[in-house]
Write a protein that binds this ligand. Structure first.
Ligand code: ADP
Ligand code: MG
Ligand code: MG
Length: 248
């Protein structure tokens, strides 16, 4: 199987079709970027793939490792190895980052039929990743993202990804609002986690992130469809010519 296979997907929200016949193959081990102008359906695609409430596929199919992703609940998709990084990460006062992460990890392990991670192993792993992404354990003990800067939220997201070790990471506009140092942290995180059995779908408006993470393929999303697919050079072409110049 392709790790992720999307075939003629039609999807939307509240009866409005936003994804209008999108097909995409993402093999294991590859990094693909989806680039598109504002309003082209990038966030909608990530919500549909992650199973967010209210977002519905009306036709087509999506499989992850050959399994029908669309028939799974959001938590089952996470257990199947899907990780979603959000354009605007949520803040959850009253739930610490470490507890949130341990709960998420153990819920996924349980659905996979694995034992809970021991408190000691979890803490060791979390400390290691917090250090790698330059967030203090003091930050990790605060409410989820509460009072975090944009850069700290993205560091936290990379820590979550590193601890959860997803099969497929879907990162929506990870580069928006990031200063150059934070952008490099995110890029280093992705590059460090690249492996033959993990794939990344980077959904982005700007090509800035792609200066640091070299994608295997770049897809252009316009009005709910992939209008072009190319190599990394396509990102540079978009930067020069804009989305209008590149219309299919
Ligand atoms: P992008 O992330 O590429 O900027 P979005 O997926 O956020 O695009 O939005 C795609 C289109 O869907 C836009 O035209 C937007 O106005 C529309 N849209 C988004 N959310 C809703 C909604 N809840 N109801 C109706 N239309 C929506
Ligand atoms: Mg947008
Ligand atoms: Mg968006």
């Amino acid at each position: 199987f392709e790790m992720l296979k999307i075939e003629d997907l039609h999807a939307g929200v509240e009866g409005t079709e936003i994804i209008k016949g999108l097909s995409l193959d993402l093999p294991a081990g590859e990094v693909h970027a989806i680039m598109g102008p504002n309003g082209s359906g990038k966030s909608t695609l990530s919500y549909v793939l992650s199973g967010r409430d209210g977002y519905e596929a009306t036709a087509g199919s999506v499989t992850l490792d050959g399994e029908d992703l669309l028939s799974m609940e959001a938590h089952e998709r996470a257990a199947a190895g899907l990780f979603l990084g959000l354009q605007y990460p949520v803040e959850i006062p009253g739930v610490s980052n470490v507890n949130f992460l341990r709960t998420a990890l153990n819920a996924q392990r349980k659905l996979r039929g694995e034992d809970e991670i021991s408190a000691a192993d979890f803490l060791r792993e979390t400390r290691k990743e917090a250090e790698a992404f330059d967030l203090s354990m003091d930050h990790m003990k605060r409410g989820v993202n509460v009072g975090f800067s944009g850069g700290e939220k993205k560091r936290n997201e990379m820590i979550q990804m590193a601890v959860l070790k997803p099969r497929l990471a879907l990162l929506d506009e990870t580069d928006s609002g990031l200063d150059i140092d934070a952008l490099r942290v995110v890029a280093d995180g992705i590059n460090r986690m690249r492996s033959p059995d993990r794939s990344f779908l980077l959904i982005t408006h700007y090509q800035r992130l792609l200066d640091y993470v070299k994608p295997d393929k770049v897809h252009v999303l316009q009005d709910g469809r992939i209008t072009r697919t190319g190599g990394p050079e396509l990102a540079a072409e978009l930067e020069r010519e804009g989305y209008v110049g590149i219309a299919a």
